[in-house]
Design a protein around this ligand. Structure first.
Ligand code: AMP
Ligand code: MG
Length: 327
């Protein structure tokens, strides 16, 4: 079975083709074009959607060529229905609807966060993990129970990705800034005390952001190092409590921030203490990509024959814990 997945929730426009055989999936192609705002600026939704419109046909044709297939070979098409930026989501949905209606291919809206998790499970082999989803749009701790992902902790304000990106932009990096901060952080070991805010099993990052900006006026490297140590320690505390509560024997980390080595190092220590296996999504598939949408659409197609075009919605605030997972 061949699926096409289209991702366009925020900065990335991506198409991927996956071949599904039984429970296995083989990624045949995953092509991406990423909108880059000017240095020091965040994503401008209208500009990002313009970028997606301009690049969509090129990305789609490259993706089909790389997979060595034609549109007619596709069994399903899926697209990210949310959560995300409205103008960006609509571009992916329009491309998917056009293909589905012209070529009569079943179409599936996919929850973007669920996509991160399902692709993570496919690529790491985790079966029943506690999931840490840390990206530009999410900071969530999740466990699966009775056909739904349940939230065991989340951010009360900005996400971990936003914390890194907003701080990075304030010291002149271009968004996304996580990788630059990680590199600068390795050049310091001077910890400056910063606000540490874990409330129950939730975290709050906005006070930490303001305080780190002040530290950066004296030393950018100490600020990067201290920011990572503080934010990741907060996450590690919430993960440890959730592991202990759920007694899960697996932890899987997905989303763009999963690329960070220091975060993995801290979480590996937590896993050791709790006898849990640690899984991290491969770097290439940590950030937003068509594969996450494609694979989740293929899983969905095992139990459902697609949705009618009038139900091909986009929802900016489509929460993962409202999605029923029936496959
Ligand atoms: P996503 O929304 O899943 O595409 O993830 C994007 C987020 O991942 C952005 O906030 C990036 O700054 C962050 N990110 C990417 N690479 C790294 C890294 N090496 N360390 C920390 N954050 C990262
Ligand atoms: Mg994402």
């Amino acid at each position: 079975m061949l699926g096409l997945g289209i991702e366009s929730t925020a900065h990335t426009f991506s198409c991927a083709v996956i071949e599904m055989k039984g429970k296995k999936g083989k990624i045949l192609s995953d092509v991406r074009k990423i909108y880059r705002p000017a240095d020091g600026e965040g994503i401008h939704p209208r500009e990002a959607s313009r970028h997606h419109i301009e690049n969509s046909s090129l990305v789609l044709s490259e993706c089909l060529d790389e997979a060595n297939i034609k549109v007619n070979d596709l069994d399903i098409v899926s697209y990210a229905g949310g959560p995300g930026l409205g103008p960006c989501l609509r571009v992916g949905a329009v491309v998917a609807r056009s293909l589905a209606s012209f070529y009569k291919i079943p179409i599936y809206p996919v929850n973007h966060a669920l996509g991160h998790i399902e692709l993570g499970k496919l690529l790491t082999g985790a079966t029943n993990p506690l999931v840490l989803l840390v990206s530009g749009g999410h900071t969530m701790l999740l466990a699966f129970l009775n056909k739904q992902w349940r939230v065991f902790g989340e951010t009360l304000d900005i996400t971990l990705g936003q914390l890194l990106d907003q701080f990075g932009r304030s010291i002149g990096f271009a968004s996304p800034c996580g990788k630059n901060i990680e590199e600068l952080a390795t050049t310091s070991s001077n910890y400056v005390t910063l606000p540490y805010s874990v409330k129950g099993n939730d975290v709050s990052f906005s006070g930490l952001l303001s305080a780190t900006k002040s530290v950066a006026k004296k030393s950018k490297v100490d600020a990067c190092y201290s920011l990572q140590e503080t934010a990741f320690a907060m996450i590690a505390e919430a993960v440890e409590r959730a592991l202990s509560f759920t007694r899960k024997k697996e932890l899987m980390i997905v989303g763009g921030v999963a690329a960070n080595k220091r975060l993995s190092e801290m979480l590996q220590d937590v896993c050791k203490r709790h006898g849990a296996k640690f899984f991290v999504v491969p770097l290439k598939y940590a950030g937003d990509c068509g594969s996450q949408i494609c694979w989740t659409g293929l899983l969905e197609s095992q139990i459902k024959k697609g949705v009618s075009l009038k139900d091909t919605f986009v929802t900016q605030s489509w929460r993962l814990d409202t999605v029923k997972v029936n496959y």
